[in-house]
Design a protein around this ligand. Sequence first.
Ligand SMILES: *Cc1c(COP(=O)(O)O)cnc(C)c1O
Length: 425
Amino acid sequence: MKTTLNDCRTLDAADPLRTLHNHFVLPDGVIYLDGNSLGVLPATAAARVAEVITEEWGQQLIRAWNSAGWFHLPQRLGDKIAPLVGAAPGEVVVTDSTSVNLYKVLSAALAIAAEDAPGKKTVVSERSNFPTDLYIAEGLCRERGYRLQLVEPDGIGPALHGDAALLMLTHVNYRTGAMHDMASLTAAAHAAGCLVVWDLAHSAGAVPVDLNGANADFAVGCGYKYLNGGPGAPAFVWVNPRHSDRFQQPLSGWWGHAAPFEFTPGYRPAPGITRYLCGTQPILSLAALECGLDVFGAAQSLGGMAALRKKSLALTDLFIALVEERCAGHGLALATPRDHAQRGSQVCLTRSEGAYAIVQALIARGVIGDFRAGDAAGHADILRFGFTPLYTGFEDVWHAVEHLKQVLENAEWQQPKFNQKHAVT
Ligand SMILES: *Cc1c(COP(=O)(O)O)cnc(C)c1O
């Protein structure tokens, strides 16, 4: 039996997470399916950032480092992210960007590998990993005399044997939404004498993650995607406690010093995860991110990540079913795994022609997804739709697919204005 608009409304009425929508500000007439790229504005963020500016900065001035708790924001926010990724309090800090944090953890991981498994000279990653991850790894490999080996997903297992010192993977693929089995890949890497760095950019706040349960080594993640921290929000770092005191990260700035306010000339790393800080933090951005994280606190009493995951899968299942029912015959193919265990919180479609223009035509109709270009390695152009269970409803999914159907049926995407590329896709 085909799904109806009424079915979607019934699902919304029965959704235990429905009220979380009220924690966000969304423009009227917009169906936002890009929370995997830039999360939406938490309802408290504008007033909170204004308060930090006028009250804390304006009135407390430099005293605010202590009186307003600015100095400990990286740890305080880290503790709010920890339960979302299976980390314990004190194991996560929020700081810098994902790219910079990757540099820090890759460097620390290579130093450990060089001691524990000397002679191994390869870093393994996935060819379709997010480019910045590959660029950072490429630069570091060049600097340290390692080789970067890029493989397809089915080549990861075989690549671990032999010369691999380090496996660097993104848990949920940014293009396809395919999710790796963190526990089994980590175990396979460890069995082969190889450390693992996980990038949680498309996982944190989107799917349950259990870093300690998987006995992972290092992880980084992004603040401005599913965590709704705002444009350029600082990212986070987790290091397994068994490694955290062992090596210093390469950006040995004073915020990672054991006693920064002793102002001694020599560097002495702070114990634990604090050594992964470098310099003075962006307080306004941290304040905005905290507003995003506090919504997850509110979600806790409604079932937390388990409930969010259940709804996310129901949303992506519904989107797939509706696209297949209502847009059949228009050349769309599914690039995201159907198997729940292998799916993140997004659905990606491919089409031999017009992927970019279809996304543009949808945006003009207020349905905001995005486009990711294919590559010479044979990955197709992708229409990408992120489903954020915190604020996306089942009726939104219905309307999004209805718009997609109309864009295809009317060949609306063929209009020249939808075929001009912008700088940010
Ligand atoms: C979004 C994303 C990033 C972003 O890195 P920035 O340093 O914030 O620009 C990095 N890696 C992955 C896998 C991502 O999805």
